[in-house]
Design a protein around this ligand. Structure first.
Ligand code: AMP
Ligand code: ZN
Ligand code: FE
Ligand code: FE
Length: 286
């Protein structure tokens, strides 16, 4: 009974509409799945409705970008800290306010990235980016949309190259965006009745197990409920490491593919967790 608890739709930077995702999930053999769009709950109501219609168990979620603070190993750099909210009430006013703040931060950063690309001599305008987002019907614009424009214009051959050369942290056009303190992200998720789960711990880029444990223990002190042990970026030894940390710190475990439709070469349901993991999460969420 496979379950996928990390997916994106056209409400953020995926390519599958929230109304079509349940059918795809069912076709992939999933019994349940979560929609966890970046910094928005916009797709949840439609996805819940479509899920009920075709009879698949749906978990309303969100993936919040949070400030990781100083990196414990690499001074002057930061890792990537995303916190999943699972089983959230999608009409929570507090979470909506937080989402509005995050959208503002994106809307400040994105034109700055485009300006950097222009300074590098690339023929791109912010209107090009808005056109990609509008065609998709999202208000939450992220780097994948800018990457899409670079591909469409033939500046790069694929999304991966757009990130490596320009948009990743080490890329030539990278611009940081303001992020929520982790404690605020966790509190907002709790306010909406959800569980706060650290997404893809590998993306923090912390090498030493003791340092990662420390980092996660600190998040637990701020209310973290679980960690995503299974994720498409995690090698088998990573899964084992994160599972051990979860066990020792008495945290729940979760997992999912981080499906983005055709924007990433990752299939829906390709990184499943089993019924037991799902049951524990569901019970903890009440
Ligand atoms: P943003 O929300 O604008 O910060 O962009 C984050 C999105 O970009 C997430 O969906 C990431 O999975 C995606 N992303 C980050 N790094 C890469 C990469 N190297 N290749 C492809 N997608 C990436
Ligand atoms: Zn994404
Ligand atoms: Fe993420
Ligand atoms: Fe994600």
């Amino acid at each position: 009974m496979p379950v996928d608890l990390h997916t994106h739709s056209t409400a953020s930077d995926g390519t599958t509409p929230p109304t079509a995702l349940p059918r795809e999930a069912k076709a992939a053999g999933l019994t349940a799945f979560a929609l966890t769009d970046h910094d928005t709950t916009d797709g949840l109501a439609a996805c819940a409705e479509a899920s009920a219609e075709i009879g698949i168990d749906f978990v309303p979620g969100i993936e919040v970008s949070a400030d990781p603070g100083e990196h414990p190993e690499k001074q002057g750099t930061r890792g990537t800290l995303h916190i999943l909210g699972l089983f959230i009430r999608h009409d929570d006013d507090h979470l909506a306010a937080i989402a509005a703040r995050m959208k503002e931060a994106r809307d400040e950063r994105n034109p700055a990235i485009v300006q950097r690309l222009r300074d590098l001599g690339i023929d791109i305008t912010y209107d090009d980016v808005l056109a990609v987002a509008n065609a998709q019907g999202t208000a939450i614009i992220g780097r994948p949309h800018i990457a899409q424009v670079l591909v469409d214009k033939g500046v790069v051959t694929d999304i991966a190259e757009a990130f490596t050369r320009y948009l990743a942290r080490s890329g030539k056009a990278y611009v940081r965006r303001d992020r929520l303190p982790a404690s605020d992200a966790i509190a907002a998720i709790h306010h909406a009745g959800g569980l706060a789960v650290m997404a893809h711990p590998i993306q923090m880029g912390i090498a030493a197990d003791a340092n990662l444990r420390n980092f996660i223990a600190n998040l637990k002190d701020q209310g973290l409920d679980g960690i995503e042990t299974h994720h498409s970026d995690h090698p088998p030894e990573g899964v084992a490491q994160y599972a051990a940390i979860a066990r020792d710190l008495d945290l729940l475990t979760s997992g999912g593919s981080d499906y983005h439709g055709s924007r990433k070469p990752i299939a829906l349901g390709s990184v499943p967790v089993d019924d037991e993991v799902y049951r524990r999460l569901r019970a903890a969420a009440r």
